[in-house]
Design a protein around this ligand. Structure first.
Ligand code: GLN
Length: 451
């Protein structure tokens, strides 16, 4: 049924870069055969899923939304892919994304933009716009995203779906193409809080192949999602998450959510986090710096595209031609910013200062979580904007990440879930819930209470 749905609507939505029809049907038949033999089935047996095209899939193309990997067929599965298969999930295909997960609208994909199912002229968020659009257009009930600066939560917010960035280190990065390794985190996307929790349970857990993977039990997310409650909880509202740039209808729905939390028995605490105002600036130095290093491996020799290799050119020239042809403008901009910020003479002023801001943000969170159990905010300052509206203005694009980025810098957990439609445009608004590291279950407890 989901393959048929993809066939009928995805020509318009463009959520999928690759539909693995044969693979999906084979997986579904294998689940049926297991059931017939009376074997134990995985937690999500037979449930279809849309996988962001940043995770490697053995024998199935993985492009990261880039021309530079076009034609590359990974010889191995990411740990996350392996876990999905072990849970008997049916992987429908790979979803569209901003190239190398750099963007907030999916317009930076080398394979064309994805439309927001609520209004196809609007962006579905980014970088994981393909996954959120697949959910919102009922092409898949579950999806996977990655969140370096908001790429799970912001697409969830603007498409009226649920997305969770787990605690940094909770979901293995092995086989997830690296953008900014100290920030990158895979996570679950779904249409309900409980569905997200079930998927969270499948993908999280220690992996010896990822040196930053947390070696501790996964927080009880499913139990929390089944027992939503905020009674007696202290909920923080951060002073810095409102003001200029926030759409009136977004703030209206957010304020109503805070009222609802109060009615349900939560105590609301006002918080001051002065360093959050500098989070965007710090992120847009740290992420490009790490990307300039991570993307050095795309040299035209190891994977995918190779330009100008006609026997007359040096390896250096082939590398330069391949990178010039294979990377899009935003990726080039980030590599240049990052290389500059890391260069000797500028390192302390840029990268060094950004790392100090990162520490201050972590401290603001630590201080806040002494007073509250969770923090709430709008997920994004505005609802979905029009395709094309911000493409020529990177600063305007980066503003979409205002509320999501502090969490990535500090490494704690956050969820976005729908909290109604903005009255002025009828588009979905996202409520963000933030919890301390390794307390991911609180997101689900609160999320299930207000869903
Ligand atoms: N919009 C942010 C960026 O462009 C977030 C990306 C992400 O989370 N992958 O870097």
């Amino acid at each position: 049924a989901h393959l048929a749905r993809i066939e009928s609507v995805d020509e318009k939505v463009n959520a999928f870069l690759y539909v693995d029809r044969e693979g999906a049907l084979a997986q579904a038949r294998a689940v049926d055969a297991k059931r017939e033999r009376g074997e134990k089935l995985g937690l999500l047996a037979g449930v279809p899923l849309a996988l962001k095209d940043i995770f490697t899939t053995e024998g199935v193309p993985t492009t990261v939304g880039s021309k530079i990997l076009e034609g590359w067929i990974p010889p191995y599965d990411a740990t996350l892919t392996k876990r999905l298969k072990a849970a008997d999930v049916v992987i429908l295909g790979k979803t569209n994304m901003d190239e190398f997960a750099m963007g907030s609208s999916t317009e930076n994909s080398a394979f064309g933009p994805t439309g927001n199912p609520w209004d196809l002229t609007k962006i579905p968020g980014g970088s994981g716009g393909g996954s959120s659009a697949a959910l919102a257009s009922f092409q898949a009930p579950l999806a996977i995203g990655t969140d370096t600066g908001g790429s799970i939560r912001q697409p969830a917010a603007v498409t009226g779906t649920v997305g969770v960035k787990p605690t940094y280190g909770a979901v293995s990065r092995f086989g997830m193409v690296a953008f900014s390794s100290s920030l990158d985190q895979g996570g679950p996307c779904a249409r309900t809080v409980l569905d997200a929790a079930l998927l969270h349970e499948v993908i999280a857990g220690h992996d010896p192949l990822d040196s930053t993977s947390i070696d501790a039990p996964v927080p009880p997310v499913v139990e929390a999602a089944r027992n939503g409650s905020v009674a007696g909880m202290r909920v923080g509202v951060v002073k810095q998450f409102r003001g200029e740039g926030y759409q009136a209808g977004v703030m209206q729905r957010f304020d109503e959510s805070v009222e609802l939390l109060k009615e349900l028995g939560a105590e609301i605490v006002e918080l001051d986090c002065p360093s959050f105002d500098k989070a965007l600036a710090a992120y847009y130095l740290i992420a490009p710096s790490e990307c300039s290093s991570n993307l050095a491996r795309f040299d035209g020799l190891r994977y995918g595209l190779r330009e100008g290799d006609d026997g007359s050119r040096s390896a250096e020239d082939v590398t330069a031609l391949t990178r010039a042809a294979g990377f899009g403008p935003e990726v080039k901009r980030r590599i240049m910013i990052g290389t500059y910020a890391l260069s000797s003479g500028y390192y302390d002023a840029y990268y060094g200062s950004a790392q100090k801001v990162r520490t201050l943000i972590t401290k603001d969170f630590e201080k806040s979580f002494e007073q509250v159990d969770v923090i709430v905010s709008p997920t994004t300052p505005t609802t979905a904007f029009a395709i094309g509206e911000r493409v020529d203005d990177p600063m305007a694009m980066y503003l979409a990440d205002l509320c999501t980025i502090p969490t990535n810098l500090a490494g704690n957990a956050a969820m976005s879930l729908p909290c109604g439609l903005a009255p002025e445009d009828g588009l979905p608004v996202g409520l963000q819930i933030i919890a301390p590291a390794m307390k991911d279950d609180r997101l689900y407890k609160v999320g299930a209470a207000v869903e």
